[in-house]
Design a protein around this ligand. Structure first.
Ligand code: XMP
Length: 314
C-alpha cells in the first residue's frame, strides 16, 4: 500500500490550519465516541492548532457499560480537554416508539446534532470536529443506509444546528485511519479498537429501543466481547431481536429474548465475511449468556456475509 501516514498528517495539519484560525481554537468542539476515527480527527485538529481542544463524549445511553469514563480518561491522556455530556433523556425520547431502522437512524441523527448544537451554543463555539470516514459517506450517499454522521454530503446545512463541520479524515478508509493513529502515537487500545457504530445499540436492537433492552444488550455485549477478544475479527458483537422464544429455566417454561452473535472479518467494512468460530466456543458463549442474562432464552449465530447482508442489523 503506498499510503504514507506521515505525509497525510502533514497535509491534514496544513489544511486544518487554513480552515480554523489559531485565535478560534477556543471555539472548536470535537465529538468523540472513543473510536479510532473520532479520536484521530480530534488529535489531528489539536495538533494543527498546537493546543488542547474541547472534546465531548455524548452519553446517549446507547453504549457499553462504563464507556464514558473510559473514553474521557483516554482523551485526557491524549491532551484533549474532554468531558461527558448526559443526553440519555433526549436521545431515548427521540427514539421512543420508532421501529423502522431508517427512521431510528434519522431520529438519532436529529437528536444527536441538536444536543451537539446546544453544547456548541453554550460554549459559544463555531466548529464541530467529527471522524467521518470515506466508507460512511460512500454508503450513505449510495443509499445503502443513513450513517448518522453524514450531513453536508446529503445537502443538510449544518448552519441549522449552529456550527461548521470539520472532517479531517473523510477521504480515508479504516485501515488508513489506523495507520494514521499509529503514526500519531495513539495507544493500541484505540488504534486497533474494533469499530462501534455511531448510533450504538440503537442499530443493534431490532425494533423499538427501550431502556430495558439497552440494559440487556449491555450485559450480553460484555460477555460476547470478553469471550471473543482472542478471535481475529473486524467486529464481534451481539444483536437483540424484537422476538421472544420459549426456553427452560430452573425446570420451568421461560419466555425470553433472542440474541444474535455476529463476528465478521473485513478490512474496510464495505465487504465482510462471517468468521467460522468453532462450535465449542459458540456453545460456551451461548451457555454464559443464558446463565448470566435471565431475559435471554436463545442465542443464534449469523452466517451471512456482506453483501448480501450489512454488518449491523439496522
Ligand atoms: P454496515 O452495517 O453498513 O456497517 O455493514 C459498516 C460499518 O459501519 C458501522 N456503522 C456505522 N457507523 N454510524 C457509524 O458511525 C452509523 O450509522 C453506522 N452504521 C454502521 C458498522 O459498525 C460497520 O463497522
Amino acid at each position: 500500500m503506498d499510503f504514507d501516514p506521515k505525509k497525510y498528517i502533514e497535509k491534514s495539519v496544513e489544511e486544518i490550519r487554513k480552515l480554523i484560525r489559531l485565535e478560534d481554537s477556543e471555539k472548536v468542539l470535537a465529538a468523540c465516541s472513543g473510536g479510532v476515527d473520532s479520536t484521530v480527527a480530534a488529535v489531528l485538529v489539536s495538533k494543527a492548532l498546537g493546543r488542547p481542544i474541547k472534546a465531548v463524549y455524548i452519553d446517549d445511553g446507547l453504549r457499553r457499560k462504563g464507556e464514558g469514563s473510559y473514553v474521557v480518561k483516554v482523551l485526557r491522556n491524549l491532551g484533549l480537554d474532554a468531558f461527558i455530556y448526559d443526553a440519555k433523556k433526549e436521545v431515548l425520547q427521540a427514539l421512543k416508539g420508532l421501529k423502522d431502522a431508517e427512521e431510528k437512524r434519522k431520529a438519532f441523527r436529529e437528536a444527536f446534532y441538536t444536543v451537539l448544537g446546544n453544547i456548541i451554543k453554550e460554549m459559544d463555539a463555531k466548529y464541530l470536529v467529527q471522524g467521518t470516514i470515506a466508507a460512511d459517506v460512500v454508503e450513505t450517499v449510495g443509499g445503502i443506509k443513513t450513517q448518522h454522521n453524514v450531513l453536508e454530503q446529503l445537502g443538510i446545512d449544518t448552519a441549522k444546528y449552529g456550527f461548521k463541520v470539520v472532517e479531517p479524515i473523510k477521504d480515508l478508509y479504516k485501515p488508513q485511519v489506523r495507520m494514521v493513529a499509529r503514526e500519531l502515537g495513539l495507544p493500541k487500545d484505540i488504534s486497533e479498537r474494533k469499530a462501534f457504530p455511531g448510533p450504538g445499540f440503537a442499530i443493534r436492537i431490532v425494533g423499538e429501543v427501550t431502556w430495558e433492552k439497552l440494559e440487556i444488550l449491555r450485559e450480553v455485549t460484555e460477555i460476547v466481547e470478553e469471550e471473543t477478544k482472542d478471535i481475529e475479527a473486524f467486529q464481534s458483537f451481539a444483536v437483540l431481536l424484537d422476538l421472544k422464544a420459549t426456553g427452560i429455566k430452573d425446570g420451568k417454561r421461560s419466555y425470553g429474548y433472542i440474541v444474535v452473535l455476529r463476528v465478521v472479518e473485513s478490512t474496510d467494512a464495505i465487504e465482510a465475511k462471517f468468521v467460522e468460530i468453532p462450535f465449542e466456543r459458540l456453545r460456551r458463549i451461548s451457555k454464559r449468556i443464558i446463565a448470566e442474562v435471565p431475559q435471554i432464552s436463545r442465542v443464534l449465530y449469523d452466517v451471512t456475509d456482506k453483501p448480501p447482508a450489512t454488518i449491523e442489523f439496522e
